[in-house]
Design a protein around this ligand. Structure first.
Ligand SMILES: Cc1cc2nc3c(=O)[nH]c(=O)nc-3n(C[C@H](O)[C@H](O)[C@H](O)COP(=O)(O)OP(=O)(O)OC[C@H]3O[C@@H](n4cnc5c(N)ncnc54)[C@H](O)[C@@H]3O)c2cc1C
Length: 479
């Protein structure tokens, strides 16, 4: 089996497939595995930074969790029974809750929003054409107008009528603080309201169930997790090819050629990149007219500072449209035992391709104004990193194109299967990994499959053998 893309989706697919008895080759374009879960040490320094906030958490699937976390040494990993997240919105820092606090709205808006929010009517989970339809039905028009629209414009550069259902989930905009803590706990006994009303303190969330523990290395970055999984790939005998992509694909013969001109044979192909890239490589007739999705790009600002961050949150998401930054990761709180300057990664999302990026000074000033850093705090150094395209804008057209791509692949290239974030079946790591396991489990076992190339090669060998035989007198040959 050949797996393309060595992000977490490709790594887990390779490990699962080798557990199912496949001989697996994994191809990754970068010189290291991990995709968005790699870590960097800028300028060859000793300080490690991640590509944003990535704190691996157990999925609740025992087999998968054993594969992901089995064999980790306790002294190397910090375990979090619950993730301490904070938010900044409406000019206020809430260091202990990942939910927006609607009580900070002007009183008339708050009253109207609350009445609509606390409507207990059960709304169907599917069947909406746009996000605007979905949010109006679930939360009511006032919350849509006063809260969702400005935040969606900040992150996507689009309004809810231009976005696909569920696009708000990518940014965790699901539950809100709208009552006092005691009343919220009571109201949440109602399953409909439980889906909309948040708890006021991160310590009350259910991540603390033993199966949902999150982990982060005591030193270094999340890339250590990838190193741990890379050792498992080696133990499983997976052939990992780094620094190469595919330049040609002969689906009929089951042969792929890498950009290093190496030939790789396969009977099944796992594809964790956007499906349009697979269609182009085949090439498939649908590829020519494929719409190019609008992409959001991400820029990272990695700061070193002698000042300590003010909140104790592991990360803070900034929903406030008056601020440019998206999320702040506070490594001091993730790794309190690591000395030296405090490390901070700020993620910035841009939807305008050529919009000028704010300077590190402007971003650090936002941290001061958010009360994440003290007013007098300064940074020692900042390393900026362009992540490039981070995710496609979640429009109905994108979802339709992804569905169409999946159909084209299923019909015209049945020995391929789509994996990961790019397959469109999930965005967050947990959803992506559970989907990867389901997908790999559906692939028939290696013994049940005749290699697509095998039959062709057998026929070619027979033809070559026939051709090399001396011609019998009187027989006719066509060339
Ligand atoms: C801005 C942002 C914030 C996020 N925040 C969170 C979060 O808070 N929590 C969470 O759970 N998830 C979060 N995610 C999602 C999480 O990062 C993904 O679920 C996870 O990384 C998906 O892994 P993947 O393997 O599908 O994709 P990637 O990590 O993108 O991996 C794809 C791999 O394919 C490789 N590749 C690309 N082209 C080729 C080629 N031609 N040939 C070979 N290899 C190639 C890439 O180099 C990369 O290694 C976030 C994502 C983004 C973009």
């Amino acid at each position: 089996m050949l797996i393309v893309g060595g992000g977490i989706a490709g790594i887990v697919a390779a490990l699962r497939a080798s557990e199912h008895g496949w001989t697996v080759t994994l191809v990754e374009r970068q010189p290291v595995l991990g995709g968005l879960l790699a870590s960097v040490r800028p300028a060859g320094g000793k300080h490690s930074f991640d590509f944003g906030t990535h704190i691996p958490a157990a999925t609740g699937d025992d087999e998968l969790d054993a594969l992901l976390f089995g064999g980790m040494r306790d002294e190397e990993w910090r375990v979090f029974p619950v993730l301490h997240a904070g938010t900044f919105w409406n000019g206020r820092l809430s260091p202990d809750s990942a939910c927006l606090d609607l009580r900070t709205l002007p009183p008339t808006d708050y009253a109207a929003v609350l009445t609509e929010m606390l409507d207990e009517t059960v709304v169907p989970a599917v069947g909406f054409e746009t996000l605007a339809d979905q949010l109006t039905a679930v939360y009511g028009p006032r919350l849509l107008a006063t809260v969702f629209e400005p935040v969606l414009r900040k992150f996507y550069g689009l309004g809810s009528a231009e976005l696909a259902p569920d696009a708000h989930r990518l940014f965790g905009l699901v539950r809100f603080l709208c009552l006092d803590p005691e009343t919220a706990r009571k109201v949440k006994r109602n399953p409909v309201l439980d889906g909309k009303v948040g708890l006021h303190d991160f310590r009350e969330t259910v991540l603390g169930a033993p199966t949902h523990l999150a982990r982060y290395p005591r030193a270094g970055g999340v890339g250590r997790w990838i190193d741990h999984l890379a050792r498992k790939l080696a133990d499983a005998g997976v052939n990992v090819r780094l620094g190469v992509g595919l330049s040609r694909l002969d689906a009929e013969r089951g042969v792929a050629t890498t950009t290093a001109e190496e030939t790789l044979e396969f009977d099944q192909l796992g594809w964790s990149l956007p499906p349009s890239q697979l269609l182009r490589l085949l090439p498939h007739s649908a590829a020519a007219s494929w719409p190019s999705p609008r992409l959001a790009t991400a820029t990272l600002y990695h700061f070193l500072t002698e000042s300590e961050p003010l909140p104790l949150s592991l990360y803070v998401t900034c929903y406030d449209p008056a601020f440019r930054l998206f999320r702040v990761t506070l490594y001091r709180n993730l790794q309190p035992d690591v000395g030296g300057p405090a490390r901070i990664t700020v993620e910035l999302i841009s939807t305008e391709a050529n919009s000028p990026r704010p300077s590190p000074e402007e971003i650090f000033d936002e941290l001061r104004r958010m009360n994440v850093m003290a007013e007098e705090a300064q940074f020692l150094r900042c390393f900026t990193q362009e992540l490039g395209p981070a995710f496609p804008l979640q429009t109905p057209a994108l979802h339709a194109a992804n569905r169409h791509a999946a159909e084209c692949v299923a019909v015209d290239f049945p020995q391929a299967f789509l994996l990961g974030r790019a397959a469109g079946n999930g965005f967050f790591m947990r959803d992506v990994l559970l989907d990867v396991c389901r997908t790999v489990a559906r692939v028939p076992g290696p013994s049940a499959i005749a290699r697509p190339g095998t039959v062709m090669r057998r026929i070619e060998t027979m033809i070559a053998a026939l051709r090399s035989r001396p011609a019998r007198p009187g027989s006719i040959h066509s060339h």
